[in-house]
Design a protein around this ligand. Structure first.
Ligand code: NDP
Length: 246
């Protein structure tokens, strides 16, 4: 709770429920103004109520991340109103269907890639100049353990998360000499709608609550945090080093 985000501006995608919802609350609790993005207005309004009850503030942005022009406009609006962005949390994502790779429908594959990869890239492109205006720009991109492990039937989602991590690492290298710090996060299995879709037979009460997961992830928004281009593992509560040649 010692992280001070007063006066900081944070953009969180997928803020209507799950990890993004609780991460928005954690950021607001520490003083950040949260720009909350998702399609479900009811979820965003509930978040807004909770943030106000904490004495914080939010701007709600109902937006489908397949709307690339809308993502561009969002960056433009933030530029006009604030001229900078301090924290980006690229959290929105979809699972698609869990099925053998040869049975994945083309429209499912394309949608997973559009939301998880193209939408994330477009958002990065839209806010990169704004994060560079911050004196401590932070970007947190949600990945998954399946980006590294070999899990049958999860190919589109796993490929999309591997792509997100590689984009994060490239972006971190491009900005290493600047004040930006860009990292991916593996939240681990978390009690959310996505996890219930993936594992319908699982007892959700055996999983960590997204509030507890968000409490750990918020450390990556700390202006004093100096790591970039790495993967933060929530379960282990530490960064895992990439061992890359060259
Ligand atoms: P949820 O399904 O609970 O929430 C997903 C969020 O993404 C919702 O707020 C949803 O909002 C938003 N979203 C989905 N599609 C779109 C879209 N087209 N446009 C805008 N927003 C969209 O997921 P989790 O909270 O579980 O997951 C959060 C992140 O963590 C994801 O990236 C996921 O891959 C990752 N993760 C989760 C794990 C888990 O066990 N839960 C494990 C590993 C990684 P709306 O529908 O209102 O648009």
């Amino acid at each position: 709770m010692s992280i001070d985000l007063n006066g900081r501006l944070a953009l969180v995608t997928g803020a209507s429920r799950g990890i993004g919802y609780f991460l928005s609350l954690e950021l607001a609790k520490r003083g950040a103004h949260v720009i909350a993005v998702a399609r479900t207005v009811g979820g965003l309004e509930e978040l807004d109520d909770e943030i106000r009850a904490l004495g914080g503030s939010a701007t709600l942005v109902p937006l489908d991340l397949t709307d690339m022009a809308g993502i561009d406009r969002l960056g433009g609006s933030i530029h006009e109103r604030w001229g900078k962005l301090d924290i980006l949390v690229a959290n929105a994502g979809i699972l698609g269907t869990i099925t053998p790779i040869g049975h994945v429908e083309a429209k499912t594959f394309e949608r997973v890639m559009t939301v998880n990869v193209t939408g994330t890239w477009r958002l990065i492109r839209s806010v990169d100049p704004l994060l560079r205006q911050s004196d401590a720009g932070r970007a947190i991109l949600l990945s998954s353990g399946v980006a590294h492990s070999a899990r049958a039937f999860w190919a589109p989602y796993a490929a999309s998360k591997a792509a997100v991590e590689v984009m994060a690492r490239s972006w971190a290298e491009e900005t290493r000499q600047m004040k930006l710090r860009i990292n991916s996060v593996n939240p681990g299995a978390t009690r959310t709608a996505m996890r219930a879709q993936a594992m319908p037979g699982e007892d959700p009460d055996t999983l960590p609550h997204p509030r507890d997961v968000a409490e750990k992830i918020v450390a990556l928004a700390d202006p004093a945090m100096d790591v970039t281009g790495q993967l933060f593992d929530v379960r282990e509560d530490r960064f895992l080093s990439y061992r890359l040649p060259g």
